[in-house]
Design a binder for this molecule. Structure first.
Ligand SMILES: *[C@@H]1O[C@H](CO)[C@@H](O)[C@H](O)[C@H]1NC(C)=O
Ligand SMILES: *[C@@H]1O[C@H](CO)[C@@H](O)[C@H](O)[C@H]1NC(C)=O
Ligand SMILES: *[C@@H]1O[C@H](CO)[C@@H](O)[C@H](O)[C@H]1NC(C)=O
Ligand SMILES: *[C@@H]1O[C@H](CO)[C@@H](O)[C@H](O)[C@H]1NC(C)=O
Ligand SMILES: *[C@@H]1O[C@H](CO)[C@@H](O)[C@H](O)[C@H]1NC(C)=O
Length: 345
């Protein structure tokens, strides 16, 4: 990795001699490689007096990401891709000089320019939409393609898990793919079956340093939306600590979260009722199951999915895994399209 990078840098330096006459913007932004070309992504070919003119032409077109300039024939080939988005088509070509505008490549848009997290990409790009981006949470692994919500509540959310019922299908315990490897989880964000256990969530936190959770769910029946974020405060932090396994003390519910505008759940307005202080009584004002005096039916490593919120006497709960899919209800029945999402930021 390091060597490849150094190599590119070297080519960059060597290449400067032909394009850069002075210390102008082009020198800073362009990356030039002599004796190379990008094949198969050429959308237009024009005649140009010089490499510089060819490149300038490219910069006036939004679809032009790089050019090949053939010195003897003065042909200027404009490309839709770059040598890093399509490395397989980047080859040695005699008499050709390849050049691209480096800053035209947005962070997160390719695996060679990954962000650190969706939050990082959100902060470094002026305009970003919801969708897939490349991130690399730690230098010890390869970049992964993840889903980022860049719009809800100012965006920057990395999707950890999404479940959508379809074709009468609901994931069962036996099919569940539990993993401690957040790379597997994040790149399988649309898999109903993958589930990142507590330890993996903790690793993700130590690598991307998220501070908030966001939970969304909606079932056709009862038809309410549960949509909250934990607050970026000490009470919100306690929730993150709890579900990343850093403490076993059930965190306080009230004032630890904010309901988003589309939330119309019963639970979000009844934080005092969450959790049970003693057996069969409700209203501990706490997240999670808090298995008082009972044998814990919620395994520690999946406690967040199995019982995020529980107000059992009135049959309201939120769960998104291990055969339990509740959304402001306490029934296992569901319909196609019922959705759960869990994000970090
Ligand atoms: C390179 O691309 C960036 C982003 O599209 C643009 O702002 C900049 O002007 C371009 N540089 C040149 C020399 O055209
Ligand atoms: C998805 O999960 C499987 C293991 O369950 C893993 O092999 C794979 O790399 C993951 N990522 C993608 C993009 O499939
Ligand atoms: C809650 O919001 C959803 C989505 O906007 C809507 O379909 C549903 O009717 C609402 N339910 C109640 C009880 O307001
Ligand atoms: C986990 O808890 C310990 C002890 O309370 C604390 O020192 C540590 O900083 C916490 N870790 C994180 C990631 O907050
Ligand atoms: C709790 O678990 C132990 C060991 O698995 C078991 O012997 C005991 O019967 C359980 N108690 C209850 C109340 O389920």
């Amino acid at each position: 990795m390091k060597t490849a990078f150094a190599g590119i840098f070297l080519l960059f330096i060597v290449g400067l001699s032909t394009l850069c006459k002075g210390n102008d913007d082009i020198c800073r932004e362009a990356e030039e490689q002599k004796g190379f070309c990008l094949k198969n992504h050429n959308y237009q070919e024009i005649q140009a007096e010089s490499l510089r003119q060819c490149y300038m032409k490219c910069t006036t077109e939004s679809s032009c990401h790089s050019v090949n300039f053939l010195t003897p024939s003065k042909q200027c080939q404009m490309n839709l891709a770059t040598h890093r988005t399509k490395p397989i088509d980047f080859t040695k070509c005699q008499d050709s000089t390849y050049i691209e505008n480096v800053s035209r490549v947005k962070k997160g848009s390719t695996n060679w320019a990954p962000g650190h997290s969706c939050k990082d990409i959100r902060q470094s790009e002026a305009t970003v939409g919801d969708g897939e981006y490349w991130i690399n949470p730690s230098s010890s692994g390869k970049p992964i393609k993840v889903y980022c919500d860049m719009t809800t509540d100012k965006g920057g959310w990395t999707l950890v898990k999404r479940v959508i019922f379809s074709g009468g299908f609901q994931p069962t315990n036996g099919e569940e793919i539990q993993t401690t490897d957040y790379r597997i989880q994040l790149s399988n964000y649309s898999s109903n079956l993958h589930l990142l256990v507590t330890e993996g969530l903790k690793n993700l936190r130590s690598d991307i340093g998220f501070q908030q959770f966001r939970f969304y769910c909606r079932k056709a029946t009862p038809g309410r939306v549960f949509h909250i974020t934990t607050k970026a405060t000490s009470l919100g932090e306690a929730v993150v600590q709890y579900f990343t396994g850093n403490t076993s003390v059930p965190p306080q519910a009230c004032d630890s979260f904010t309901a988003l505008p589309d939330d119309n759940s019963t639970l979000s307005g009844e934080c005092m009722k969450w959790g049970h202080p003693t057996k069969n009584t409700w209203g501990k004002n706490a997240w999670g199951k808090n298995a008082w005096g009972e044998n814990a039916t919620t395994p520690e490593n999946i406690k967040m999915y199995k019982r995020l919120v529980l107000w059992k006497s009135e049959k309201h709960a939120v769960a998104m895994g291990h055969s339990d899919y509740f959304c402001d209800d306490l029934t296992k029945d569901g319909s196609d399209g019922d959705t759960w999402e869990f994000y970090v930021r």
